[in-house]
Ligand binder design. Structure first.
Ligand SMILES: [Zn+2]
Length: 630
């Protein structure tokens, strides 16, 4: 069974799947007489402890003037945490630090007040300090300011909280923070489905005259204000990033997505793009860590799901076709070693031989679970001691199973892939049917995985990779990076007939520096392989074609990079320093000012605005002197 789609509106593919089920079930009953499992080699998977993160003040300290200052306004006893803002700024490559000290924050040119400002946050003298800061050219981005003492600075008369605002529309203004919101899907977003009587909290503002309204809620109140004050400008958002970014990413939104898969859905990304545009508009001589490697514009991440007995051999065809098109892909393999109601076992020697050939040919391999249950999202976590010798899961029907756990599906599939394929270390996972249990991040982390691709990009409203929060909650990040699926092959009328639509989505993401993940099941290598080749050949040359694992490794090293910019005695020269935790190739920095020369080991792009680093070794420290053209 290779279905991934939700029940809604896809009766055709469900009917086909049910037919396969009936046949498969009969075969399974016939084979069930033999209860033995094949003798497969395993590599032991140690059970790791969860590491806990430091508070944001320790994790993100002040280190250079260009950093955006985040003034953390929540009392120490509050359960509020900065995950949503950390995700937004880090994904955009914007440098920042956290502080509780207003004086320290105001020594930087850009300040974010987070997560809100009420009557206990600041005193009148501090409100005046903020106002003076903006008059002299500083910029503030704030969300949920309730305190009357800041009404004149942010330019509002009143506000009304509500959980019944469902839409947001950006108004056509030429404000610089709107720079990246050019498409219709970006000019309007959905905050939740009307099926819910109440959704996320919003604060609708009533602006003063002279205050610009950049976005309106459906009840006509203002969602985003911009107020000019002296030489500076302040922005106020009537929503919480925890609701519009993090709640989308952990899939706890009120069905804010307008599509499930195969469409452009930037509902969470718009807030990241606004912060990026804000930084680029107001920081002086800004420098940003690019989202893509090698000075390229975007990346197409190719993957295949191998989740049927006849999906192995065609996989080799895909691998070959991709190589002739200078591309590569990641194969997510179902390690089905038991017969059950859904299918016979197929993780045996003739197929293992194909996997070894894929691996030695340069393809990468991830896990696609063992029994590929549609009920995976309801499985118990398990003990973490599940192992091939004793783990005997069985699908009882399409979404029911016995003897199966989240740990079992994640760990035992890794034991087998690592044991049977030379040189394999399985660190990428994709759930069957893209069904995600809340405990998945924990099971993956504790089993030594680093990456997951079990959501769709439309469903999480995000086209940038992100850290999955533990328990898919709001409190703490796991160490697992999520790469959601943008384009898949099964929804009618099938991938072969949707290439132009897929290309349009990929180009929309490329405009934002976001990535697109393509999933093609390798159950046949004729129509689908032709379509994939067609797509690859039409792809602009500044979009990298890569397997998922290579890009995921780049993204992880990028996310963990420590970097800083410091001034020199020469006004047209700066020093860019970085320390990479992992091995990484092609890290790219974007500069506001055009560059004339770089002193150090790095390449300058033809546009003079991007610096591309060569391969860095783990722990390597690099220092570059960058000389501006003017
Ligand atoms: Zn599958």
């Amino acid at each position: 069974m290779w279905g991934l789609l939700r029940d809604s509106g896809l009766k055709q593919s469900l009917t086909a799947a049910l037919l396969v089920l009936v046949v498969g079930g009969a075969l399974a009953a016939w084979k069930m007489t033999s209860k033995t499992v094949p003798a497969l080699r395993i590599k032991e998977v140690p059970l790791l402890e969860l590491a806990h993160r430091h508070p944001p003040f320790q994790e993100f300290p002040e280190s250079f003037p260009l950093q955006v200052a985040v003034l953390w306004t929540s009392p120490a006893t509050s359960p509020e945490n900065p995950l949503a803002l950390v995700h937004s700024l880090k994904e955009m490559g914007i440098p920042f630090f956290f502080t509780r000290d207003l004086e320290q924050a105001l020594r930087h040119r850009l300040v974010i007040l987070y997560p809100n400002v009420d009557s206990d946050t600041l005193n009148q003298a501090q409100a005046e300090q903020l106002t003076t800061f903006v008059r002299q050219g500083g910029s503030i981005f704030a969300q949920n300011v309730f305190w009357g003492g800041l009404q004149p600075l942010f330019g509002f008369r009143s506000f009304a909280p509500s959980r019944k605002r469902y839409h947001l529309a950006f108004s056509a203004t030429n404000d610089p923070v709107m720079k990246y919101l050019n498409r219709p899907e970006e000019r309007e977003t959905r905050l939740g489905s009307g099926h819910y009587p109440e959704i996320i909290w919003s604060n609708g503002y009533v602006p003063n005259s002279g205050t610009d309204v950049l976005a309106y809620f459906d009840d006509g109140t203002a969602a985003l204000l911009a107020n000019p004050v002296g030489r500076g400008r302040v922005y106020l958002l009537g929503l919480s990033l925890a609701d519009v970014v993090l709640r989308s990413q952990n899939n706890h939104d009120y069905e804010a997505e307008r599509h499930y898969v195969n469409a452009f859905e930037p509902g969470a990304d718009v807030w990241l793009l606004i912060l990026r545009a804000w930084y680029e508009a107001y920081a002086k001589d800004w420098v940003r860590l690019s989202t893509i490697s090698g000075g390229q514009r975007s990346a197409l991440l190719l993957s295949h799901d191998v989740d049927w007995e006849n999906s192995f051999a065609p996989g080799l065809d895909f691998a070959r076709i991709e190589r002739t098109n200078q591309a590569n892909s990641t194969f997510f393999v179902q390690t089905k070693y038991v017969d059950d109601a859904n299918s016979n076992a197929f993780f045996f020697e003739s197929n293992l031989k194909i996997l070894r050939e894929m691996k030695s040919g340069g393809s990468s391999i991830g896990s696609h679970s063992i029994i590929h249950s549609r009920g995976f999202n309801k499985f118990e976590l398990g003990s973490g001691h599940e192992t091939y010798g004793s783990y005997r899961p069985r699908g009882l029907g399409f979404d029911t199973a016995s003897g199966a756990t989240v740990f079992g599906e994640v760990r035992v599939s890794k034991e087998l892939l690592d044991g049977e394929i030379p040189g394999q270390d399985t660190i990428f996972f994709r759930a069957g049917h893209l069904r995600v249990p809340n405990s998945l991040p924990e099971a993956l982390e504790r089993s030594g995985y680093q990456f997951d691709s079990s959501f769709t990009a439309d469903d999480v409203l995000s086209n940038f990779p992100f850290l999955l929060p533990r328990d898919l909650g709001f409190e703490e990040d796991s160490e697992i990076y999520e790469f959601p699926v943008t384009i898949e092959d099964e929804a009618p009328p099938g991938f072969a007939k949707r290439v132009p639509q897929a290309l349009a989505v990929i180009l929309a993401n490329a405009e934002n520096g976001a990535v697109s993940v393509v999933l093609v099941h390798s159950n046949e290598s004729h129509l689908k392989a032709d379509a994939e080749q067609d797509l690859l050949r039409q792809l602009p040359t500044d979009i990298v074609k890569t397997d998922m694992l290579s890009f995921a490794r780049f993204w992880r090293a990028r996310d963990r990079l420590q970097w800083s910019v410091s001034a020199t005695s020469i006004p047209t020269e700066i020093v860019l320093q970085m320390t990479s935790e992992g091995s990484v190739n092609g890290l790219t920095f974007e500069f506001q000012r055009p560059i004339s020369t770089i002193i150090g080991d790095a390449a300058l792009s033809p546009d003079n605005h991007h610096v591309v680093l060569p391969e860095l070794k783990p722990g390597q420290r690099v220092s570059l002197r960058v000389r501006y053209l003017r």
